[in-house]
Design a protein around this ligand. Sequence first.
Ligand code: AN0
Ligand code: CP
Length: 315
Amino acid sequence: MRRFTSVHDVMNVNDILSSALAYAEDPWLTPSLGHRKTLGLLFLNPSLRTRMSTQKAARLLGMDVIVLNAGSDAWTIETRDGVIMDGAAGEHMKEAAGVMGRYCDVLGLRTFPGLVDRAYDYAESVLESFIAYSGVPVVSLESATRHPLQSFADLITIEQHKTVQRPKVVLTWAAHPKALPQAVPNSFVEWMKAANVDLVVAHPEGYELAPEFSDGVTVTHNQREALEGAHFVYAKNWSSYSSYGSILNTDPSWQITTESMARTDNGKFMHCLPVRRNVIVQDAVLDSDVSIVLDEAANRVVSAQTVLAAMLRAL
Ligand code: AN0
Ligand code: CP
């Protein structure tokens, strides 16, 4: 694998899932696959899970890891083409990526969308330029429109917890005080479409995902109905795609509560984290046995390890 930016970079989802389940069983399965190889991680935005889990995954494969945070321990990076660099940015992505590609065998990039210019964000200009100028395999650590390592970890978690062959999975929007990217829901939908699940997406009017993601998906504006018989409830806020980056709805009744979970079929609660307690989900749900958010976070190591292993095998 030369790039991992979406589910479309994976040849066969069942095969990569099997590989992940093997690494989940034995994290030290291939401790020298990455011997004498270096992974470089560039964060243009904050992270807890991705930062820690990807480093841990690399070390389980015997890789060396270098982590850089742009704007603090590295220079602020200009990502637009052809600009006069007389502002805050001290270095352009062309050089930054090129240099990192000389030091590292595999690279990772985290870049959030600006949520202002939809065409720019959805063209994935920052991630694509990083890939183009680095010249080495690149794994997305969450980009403007997708978070594939998260969605892959979510799929692994569903596979480990499912009690029926084809579970009902509900992705539900919930209100949030800040405008958030569509990356997590876009990516989750894309991976669930490739998995053996019945997916229902619930959100208020105006929160339709981009057609390339929502096409062929069951969508409802009625969360109560959607939750009936659900085996997994995946809550997430996102800002509007049509009124790009806007908050159109602040209705707190979309919060997942013990009453919401009571409609499900012994449903498990999922969230990518970080989560705002008593905004997205009630304490009583998050602190109960129905919450599997820590298993999801644990599986971030597994998803990263599986993807890095596939890249190392192809080097
Ligand atoms: C980000 C998001 O919603 O995409 C990261 C989630 C992994 N969250 C925030 O910006 C708070
Ligand atoms: N879920 C996730 O990607 O978390 P971080 O933003 O903390 O990495």
